[in-house]
Design a protein around this ligand. Structure first.
Ligand SMILES: *[C@@H]1O[C@H](CO)[C@@H](O)[C@H](O)[C@H]1NC(C)=O
Ligand SMILES: *[C@@H]1O[C@H](CO)[C@@H](O)[C@H](O)[C@H]1NC(C)=O
Ligand SMILES: *[C@@H]1O[C@H](CO)[C@@H](O)[C@H](O)[C@H]1NC(C)=O
Ligand SMILES: *[C@@H]1O[C@H](CO)[C@@H](O)[C@H](O)[C@H]1NC(C)=O
Ligand SMILES: *[C@@H]1O[C@H](CO)[C@@H](O)[C@H](O)[C@H]1NC(C)=O
Ligand SMILES: *[C@@H]1O[C@H](CO)[C@@H](O)[C@H](O)[C@H]1NC(C)=O
Ligand SMILES: *[C@@H]1O[C@H](CO)[C@@H](O)[C@H](O)[C@H]1NC(C)=O
Length: 350
């Protein structure tokens, strides 16, 4: 009954559509013995909840691959031929059934798509790491790495749902943006973390400045950045217990600090090498009024609404009382409660 709990959140997450295609027929086959009747009722209730959450259950365009493994890919996202996705929303389904965004500078796996909120959770592998330590023979050694995170103009890193996080004991880190990775970039947010002795580190899971610091992401549209660590900070005093610093953006709440992270030479990440990050999207750069009469207007379902995202463009939603996919013709549907309610009642009276 895990499915029911998730459905209760009322968010149209792709995770909710995972059920076998023969579910309905199997459900009906339960009507054979008295003992199995209860199971049938339960199955109908689950269907009822799917019904309200998914509307018509339409996700991908007709004739397009709608899943990558067991992960549903709702339009405007899409796999394969160009008619199956909207520009900027192309998804690659990898050999191991990992869905990744195609128009990106690094590999960005999709973790979840929420059409109601116009949000996608992705795995953010853009992590900056800088280590400086002194070898036994007195030689100072440095190694560092970072990645440019660029997902094109359709997406934005949500300022409300993510935080910039840095880890270390002599660490000043920042998010850099700009047209050129090496020379024309500038700081958009930064934070600092210092602990002169190992026992000064904050021992809880929060990020409070001793071993870990965090900063809000600017609310303006961030879709291309790289995390960076300021090399100029002298870490001689802390090298023996904290030779490395790390910096990244992560979904608020997805990261829990542990003092061992500031002393480790490899970062403990979730999701195999990254942290979840929440992106929001727009489907066009015009305003709703400008887009409405154009051929590429995205809110194609009846009973859908268009919302302006100031300075960025617009996105679509199903009208109040309707659910489904506003980006597909017939995608927003009313609740199918009456039919399913009838099935449930007859099952109970049986
Ligand atoms: C979906 O796939 C993932 C990874 O392959 C697996 O862990 C999970 O159990 C699958 N879920 C369902 C409902 O099949
Ligand atoms: C879209 O509609 C859903 C359900 O009516 C609502 O919860 C959500 O906030 C809406 N999203 C936007 C971006 O307006
Ligand atoms: C110190 O040790 C490193 C690694 O063993 C070596 O690469 C380096 O050349 C040595 N430096 C000196 C000055 O001996
Ligand atoms: C793909 O990404 C590049 C780099 O950000 C961007 O210039 C381009 O407009 C994007 N294309 C689409 C279709 O979003
Ligand atoms: C920045 O780097 C690019 C390519 O590396 C170069 O073409 C450009 O002239 C540089 N700009 C400045 C201001 O140094
Ligand atoms: C590393 O991360 C995993 C997953 O979040 C967690 O279960 C584990 O306890 C972490 N290890 C440490 C040392 O905190
Ligand atoms: C939904 O769309 C239909 C067909 O365009 C229309 O008749 C109906 O009034 C719409 N419902 C709402 C609540 O706007």
């Amino acid at each position: 009954m895990q499915v029911r709990n998730k459905t209760n959140s009322k968010n149209l997450s792709t995770r909710f559509y995972i059920f076998p295609s023969n579910f309905f027929t199997n459900g009906l086959q339960f009507f054979t013995g008295k003992k199995k009747l209860m199971i049938a009722v339960a199955a109908m209730l689950v269907l009822l909840q799917f019904g309200t959450a998914t509307g018509g259950g339409m996700l991908a365009k007709d004739g397009c691959q709608d899943k990558c493994g067991n992960f549903s890919i709702p339009y405007p996202f899409g796999i394969g031929p160009e008619v199956c996705f909207r520009q900027g929303f192309e998804v690659n389904c990898g050999p191991d059934n990992v869905a990744t965004l195609v128009n990106s500078s690094i590999i960005i796996p999709l973790l979840d798509v929420n059409l109601d909120l116009s949000e996608a959770r992705v795995q953010n592998n853009a992590i900056a790491r800088y280590c400086k330590y002194t070898l036994e023979n007195g030689t100072e050694q440095k190694d560092w790495t970072t990645s440019n995170f660029d997902i094109g103009p359709s997406f934005m890193v949500s300022g409300a749902k993510n935080k910039f996080i840095a880890i270390g004991c002599a660490t000043v880190a920042s998010i850099m943006i700009g047209p050129n990775y090496d020379n024309e970039s500038f700081v958009t947010c930064a934070c600092g973390s210092f602990c002169y002795q190992e026992n000064m580190m904050y021992t809880g899971t929060e990020c409070f400045g001793r071993g870990c610091c965090q900063s809000a992401i600017p609310a303006e549209s961030l879709n291309s950045f790289y995390p960076s660590i300021l090399f100029a900070i002298d870490n001689t005093a802390v090298q023996s217990f904290s030779p490395c610093s790390y910096a990244f953006i992560a979904e608020e709440g997805s990261f829990q600090f542990n003092p061992s992270y500031a002393t480790s030479t490899t970062l403990n990440t979730t999701h195999g090498g990254g942290y979840p990050l929440v992106l929001s999207w727009v489907v066009g750069e015009e305003t709703c009024v400008q887009a409405k009469n154009g051929a590429s207007y995205a809110c194609t379902s009846t009973n859908s609404t268009c919302s302006d995202v100031p300075g960025r463009g617009y996105r679509c939603n199903c009208s109040q009382g309707y659910h489904g996919n506003p980006y597909l013709v017939g995608g927003c549907q009313g609740q199918h409660v009456p039919i399913l309610y009838h099935l449930c009642t007859s099952a109970i009276l049986y």
